[in-house]
Design a binder for this molecule. Sequence first.
Ligand code: 13P
Ligand code: SF4
Length: 343
Amino acid sequence: MIETIVHAGEGTKTLRDVASTLDIETEIARLRREKNAVILAHYYQDGEIQDLADFVGDSLDLSRAAAETDADVIVFCGVRFMAEVAKILSPGKTVLLPDAAAGCSLEDTCRPDAFRAFRATHPEHVAITYINCSAEVKALSDIIVTSANAEHIVRQIPADKPILFAPDRHLGAYIMRRTGRPMTLWDGICIVHEQFSERELLALRARHPGAKITAHPECPESVLQHADHVGSTRGMLRYVIESPASEFIVATEKHLIHQMQKAAPHKTFIAAPGVDGSCDCARCPYMALNTFDKLYLALVNGAPRIEMPEELRRRALAPLQRMLDMSPPAATSRRQTVGVAAE
Ligand code: 13P
Ligand code: SF4
């Protein structure tokens, strides 16, 4: 198996090595200019990282931003598969991930050897794979999708062609319900979306009868069946901006609410509850590994840095490029975008 390598860097500095009086925000701004770096952040990052980033978006818009940037360095504030996508699409650039351990539970459920065996037992099928997977699994796939374009892309597959969908079984089942298209699903889940509780959600809505529920398709069907809207993070953001309602229950990682509050400060947003009703579980533990301090150190050290064998990159590029070619038109890129133009 060929793995992507995240280089720790030589002579790596830790926070103890830098003066405690340092104004980290000013230093990040200085280093960003000095190194011609762009900071990309997913909606699931802490608010302070989102506010500092040059571009904030969902995984589809971030892929496009990584492909289009003319910066020399991309600091990817997201999880490893997202930074890998940036490297696959922009091989000439240095791609930094503030914490090398920022993985994804969906990626963990789909190891390349097991996926290769899955494909081998379904040789006639086209393999459509959610972007939340390793570079090696991408390389073993026919077409990559995100939650923003999965339905649009599945609808383009000829009706007589059987489909394998991996690794998120909830997103796959949702697309099957939307399109009426049978698909053979990989049995993966996201640990964040899996824990939302139907019982607690209904109890919360009973206390907020006017609230609309917006949910990410990684949620189980028991949650999605109560949603007024289902969409990618960008789609959820657009929904709350455009909806005439003033109160929303948000069933995804809670940091998306930061952009919602910025875009619609007069509206109220409530994070969907987990199984015990009071836990702080709508929080991705992998995204949370990236901190302001680690972002600064990544710029100082030029590491952790995504590297991958060119042969793997090329194989992973083909299904990613198919995704970009088959996607609906892109949202307009702009600094601090809230990505509301498409979907
Ligand atoms: P988006 O495709 O909406 O950005 O979601 C990514 C993700 O990791 C959801 O858990
Ligand atoms: Fe992966 Fe879930 Fe975190 Fe998204 S929220 S990055 S799917 S673990």
